[in-house]
Design a protein around this ligand. Structure first.
Ligand code: C5P
Length: 214
């Protein structure tokens, strides 16, 4: 069975998808980590990010391995460096590129063959797994998502203004929604779950109930 969870940045998709997968005994596919991994590899290789041919060659030559929470690129553990602000700021070069998306979509489908999967991203229910048995669109208001992100950064010892977080989040939302291929969009048959004011355990419990119902 395939469970897709799509939604905007900061909706808590990764945490929820990872825990839901573990509770169901499914494997978790973090597709954002794939876009992060190729962006990180491109920055390391110092390719010209605006060069479409260079981007495609880089992605073709980059092997990505996802095992539990560990993300490896060409055999190197990059789980932490793919989460930096520098990588996040450059992801759009890869995520907006239809040829790159086509390659990564194929890898995502291959990864899921013969497995029970909870997959998380922007286009999982619409493009990658249109026939998935259970589709969820996980979201929260922009203010709530920004507040959660700020609390997370504070727990890591960082002080960042809410306005700065909100501006970066709005920019990512806009880019994710407006790309021509694989935009952030709720699939027609997805169930929307709005998590404002909900505790994470309650979100997971409600999603688990939805999966069992399906
Ligand atoms: O989910 P995460 O924040 O790690 O994703 C990083 C970026 O990768 C997103 O902002 C989005 O632009 C891109 N992405 C995508 N398609 C996916 C998953 C992520 O375009 N399926």
């Amino acid at each position: 069975m395939i469970v897709t969870i799509d939604g905007p940045a900061g909706a808590g998709k990764s945490t929820v998808a990872r825990r839901l997968a573990s509770q169901l005994g499914y494997v978790f596919l973090d597709t954002g980590a794939m876009y992060r991994a190729v962006t990180y590899a491109a920055l390391q290789a110092k390719i010209v990010m605006e060069d479409a041919a260079a981007r495609l060659a880089l992605v073709r030559g980059t092997s990505i391995e996802l095992k539990g929470a560990v993300v490896s690129v060409n055999g190197e553990d990059v789980s932490e460096p793919i989460r930096t602000a520098e990588v996040t700021a450059s992801i759009h070069y890869m995520a907006d590129d239809p040829a790159v998306r086509e390659l990564l979509v194929l890898r995502q489908r291959e990864w899921a063959v013969g497995r029970n999967v909870v997959t998380e991203g922007r286009d999982q229910g619409t493009v990658v797994f249109p026939d998935a048995e259970c589709k969820i669109f996980l979201t929260a208001s922009a203010g709530e998502r920004a507040r959660r992100r700020q609390a997370e950064r504070e727990s890591e010892g960082e002080t960042v203004s809410i306005d700065k977080i909100r501006a970066a989040q709005d920019l990512r939302d806009e880019r994710d929604r407006s790309r021509t291929v694989g935009p952030l969009q709720k699939a027609a048959d997805a169930i929307e779950v709005v998590t404002d004011g909900m505790m994470i355990d309650d979100v997971i419990a409600s999603l688990e109930a939805l999966v069992h119902k399906k």
